[in-house]
Design a protein around this ligand. Structure first.
Ligand SMILES: [Zn+2]
Ligand SMILES: [Zn+2]
Length: 237
């Protein structure tokens, strides 16, 4: 009951009061004010791996360490901003304080980046825990909805969790690589869609995206692309 009241209160405030910045709480009438927006580091501002969007701040290594370690089978990971400083603050507001609506501020960027990719359906990663379901908000589903509305592609929840695993953000680097193994399953025996866009809020090691790509290809998908709102940079992998 307490949770229902909480969601109602948040929704009520969002509808009837002018929005305040989710990061600094300034009353500019936007969920993300200009000053905070400018402090976010966008992935496209940096040199990055063409496959997994890992950004390199200094020198560009000959081979991407993330792709070397995991050999991703997805064709490309598209990300919007770096999970660091203001990008990290924003993701924490989205994930842990129910500020899902702020994702809509990135609609145009998401649209222009994904227009280059040819995909048939949008599949959110079920990276939520029971705690989040009880609270009534799931970030990957909200991002999938923004993509679906802007690019007119259907959302198909093709993947479910087969066991409860901790959030990747709470684990060490080594644990993150092992954590998603066999943690997901495809719903149904065969996939009838050719090109799939997997969607998550943050891509850390990409181990979760790799595992979900693996099971989708195994069940008959032709090609898998990935999208994450935020991407961790090399030094925090
Ligand atoms: Zn602000
Ligand atoms: Zn890479």
């Amino acid at each position: 009951m307490k949770n229902i009241f909480y969601i109602f209160k948040e929704t009520f405030l969002e509808i009837f009061l002018p929005p305040i910045c989710v990061i600094c709480e300034s009353k500019e009438g936007k969920m993300l004010c200009e000053a905070c927006f400018r402090k976010i580091k966008f992935v496209d501002e940096f040199q990055k791996c063409p496959r997994c969007s890992l950004v390199f701040y200094d020198s560009v290594p000959e081979k991407c360490p993330n792709c070397e370690r995991l050999s991703p089978k997805f064709s490309k990971l598209v990300s919007i901003f770096v999970y660091e400083e203001y990008g990290e603050k924003l993701i924490r507001k989205i994930k842990f304080e129910n500020k899902l609506k702020v994702v809509e501020e990135f609609s145009d960027m998401i649209k222009s980046k994904l227009e280059e990719i040819d995909f048939d359906i949008v599949v959110p990663i079920p990276s939520y825990t029971r705690k989040w379901i009880k609270k009534g908000y799931i970030p990957s589903v909200k991002i999938a909805k923004v993509i679906s509305e802007n690019l007119r592609k259907p959302i198909v929840p093709l993947i479910r969790k087969s066991k409860e695993i901790p959030s990747q953000l709470e684990l060490s680097s080594e644990e993150r690589l092992k954590n998603p193994k066999d943690a997901f399953e495809v719903i149904g025996s065969k996939i009838n869609y050719r090109r799939i866009l997997l969607v998550d809020d943050v891509a850390t090691t990409t181990a979760t995206l790799c595992e979900c790509t693996r099971i989708l290809l195994e069940k008959g998908a032709d090609e898998v692309f990935c999208f994450s709102l935020a991407r961790t940079p090399l030094k925090t992998l």
